[in-house]
Design a protein around this ligand. Structure first.
Ligand code: CTP
Length: 396
């Protein structure tokens, strides 16, 4: 379990030393990146000694010494990036995509969770510019451990003190623990569109990118699950450590799903399955001799409905993309397909459409509960859906 601790230039920088030693006592590996200003408040030597690694602050140092590109290797190494203390400057830079030093470039490059623990003068903290930036980052899935109230180093009293080290460490440990909460669980995920062929060179399909399903597969794998991903054609890279089965038609997906279903405990049916297929597939390319072309479509099997019929102890999670009456339609699917959960999004809304990087919607539970999830990165939606399922269904 790896944490990159980013320390920025505020008086609370000295608390970085305590954070490192507390995380290390919990068996967590910590590497430190400091900004130039942070070096005014605490010596790199102290942090190097505590972390057991060189302290990183020069973007180009190792590039010339041993060809390492630090901001990329650190970004990949980090399961979590904790920025504590986080100044108004680093928060606002990240919010606006500015990457002009080792810390900001590493934050931009990481795929791990980024957690900010802000600390600054209370008026700076309350400044609406900073507050807007914090809100914008939260919407994109960045996490914040809010500062505490009290006497500040500058003599002012108010909100702005770095949160208690205990609370920061507990938050990080909690996030890392999530990583194992699906250990021993086999998960089946379907993703992407299906293609229903008309002739050897033409098909009907839909604009599903597969990103939501891939994000679910990746999130499950990161939490320790054995993941089987059955995917229609997509342009995205397959997540590392996941078993991938490529299919094209709804029928191929049906066969692949049924052959794996018996051994899996959770199924995420994220794929946008074509409901109909042409009743005849021409074995040769259709020539444009005729003035019109009539194709008759017949219904494909409803894979998820069939799983609902066959299910024993499995947890079934459906996905519904709707354009109107979204909750009513999704509830109907939840019941008719015998699901445990269904995530429904309104594809007509900006940010919750088919092919983008973000999603947002409502997770409906079979017990009647509903949880709204505001628009954010698909990776974060995947994590939130898993949090709910694990909380309610898995006794871990
Ligand atoms: N689904 C499936 N097999 C199908 C159609 C849908 O497994 N032939 C699954 C999808 O993967 C999704 C859920 O059913 O998890 C809901 O899909 P959606 O297309 O929204 O619903 P449909 O049941 O196809 O209903 P409609 O198209 O009428 O909205």
């Amino acid at each position: 379990m790896n944490v990159v601790l980013g320390i920025t230039g505020g008086i609370a920088a000295y608390k970085g030393a305590e954070i490192i030693s507390r995380l290390k006592k919990k068996g967590i590996d910590v590497k430190v990146i400091m900004t130039e200003n942070a070096k005014q408040f605490i010596s790199p030597l102290t942090l190097q000694t505590l972390s057991g690694y060189p302290v990183y602050y020069d973007t180009f140092k190792h590039a010339t010494e041993n060809y390492e590109i630090d901001h990329i290797s650190l970004a990949k190494w980090a399961d979590i990036m904790l920025i504590a203390p986080a100044t108004a400057n680093i928060i606002s830079k990240v919010c606006h995509g500015i990457a002009d030093d080792l810390l900001s470039t590493t934050i931009m490059a990481t795929r791990g969770q980024v957690v900010f623990a802000p600390a600054m003068n209370t008026n700076m903290y309350k400044n609406p510019i900073l507050q807007d930036n914090i809100e914008a980052l939260k919407k994109r899935g960045y996490m914040f451990i809010p500062p505490a109230k009290g006497l500040l180093a500058c003599g002012d009293v108010g909100e702005g003190r770095l949160a208690e080290v205990d609370d920061i460490v507990a938050e990080v440990v909690g996030l890392l623990r999530q990583r194992d909460d699906l250990k021993g669980t086999k998960v089946l995920v379907t993703a992407g569109p299906t293609r229903e062929y008309i002739d050897p060179v033409r098909f009907i399909s839909n604009p599903s990118s597969g990103r939501m399903g891939y994000a679910i597969a990746d999130a499950c794998r990161k939490r320790g699950a054995e993941v089987h991903l059955i995917t229609g054609p997509t342009n995205i890279k397959t997540p590392v450590g996941v078993h991938v089965y490529r299919v094209e038609t709804a029928y191929e997906m049906y066969d692949a799903v049924m052959s794996l279903f018996g051994q899996c405990q959770i199924v995420f049916k994220t794929a946008a399955v074509g409901d109909y297929r042409p009743d005849m597939v021409s074995s040769q390319k259709i020539k444009k001799d005729a003035d019109d072309l009539v194709i008759r479509f017949v219904k494909n099997p409803d894979i998820l409905k069939e799983l609902g019929r066959r299910k024993k102890n499995q947890i079934l999670v459906g996905f519904a993309a709707e354009t109107e009456n979204i909750e009513a339609y999704a509830n109907k699917k939840l019941k008719e397909k015998n699901l445990d959960f269904i995530f429904v999004n309104d594809v007509s809304k900006t940010g919750a459409g088919f092919a983008g990087d973000t999603n947002g919607g409502i997770l409906l539970c079979a017990d009647g509960d509903r949880l709204e999830m505001s628009i954010t990165k698909k990776e974060i939606i995947a994590q939130r859906i898993l949090d709910v399922i694990i909380d309610r269904k898995l006794d871990k």
